[in-house]
Write a protein that binds this ligand. Structure first.
Ligand SMILES: [Zn+2]
Ligand SMILES: [Zn+2]
Ligand SMILES: [Zn+2]
Ligand SMILES: [Zn+2]
Length: 155
């Protein structure tokens, strides 16, 4: 079960005696009193920004998302990559901004991600199974296994 991954941003104060670090955004030396550390690189406060809307990602509470060499804010990340198509359970469109659950190539509304036989919900770490594109809990999966002996399809 994979939710959107994000990486944290750290703000560090620069000791005046240390050699200035190069900024990963503009490649100039960082001579400010504070710098940002993200993705194992150093940035000017103004240089770590969203590739789409230019908002500064060093603000308190910001989260950084990366995809295909783009650095994005949460909003743009979800706008660009959050529209994931139709829910494999209810076939309704999953709107942008909504968190989704993924299993193999399928995406699901959080609310729809449950065993399609007994409606049991899954928590992170729980085992779930896919059979004929249906999500099943372990119990129902194993019951089906006994019934018609299809090949196991552990994720
Ligand atoms: Zn810079
Ligand atoms: Zn943005
Ligand atoms: Zn759904
Ligand atoms: Zn079940």
């Amino acid at each position: 079960i994979v939710l959107f991954l994000s990486s944290g941003i750290q703000m560090l104060s620069v000791h005046p005696d240390t050699k200035p670090k190069g900024c990963a955004g503009c490649s100039r030396k960082i001579k400010d009193r504070f710098l940002l550390k993200a993705l194992d690189k150093y940035w000017h406060e103004d240089c770590l920004k969203c590739a789409c809307c230019d908002c500064r990602l060093g603000e308190v509470g910001s989260t950084l998302y990366t995809k295909a060499n783009l650095i994005l804010c949460r909003r743009d990340y979800l706008r660009l990559f959050g529209v994931t198509g139709n829910c494999a359970a209810c076939s309704k469109l999953i709107p942008a901004f909504e968190m989704v659950m993924r299993a193999k190539d399928n995406v699901y509304h959080l609310d729809c991600f449950a065993c399609q036989l007994c409606s049991q919900r899954f928590c992170v770490g729980d085992k779930f199974f896919l059979k004929n594109n249906m999500i099943l809990c372990q119990t129902d999966y194993e019951e089906g296994l006994l019934k018609d002996g299809y090949a196991p399809q552990v994720r």
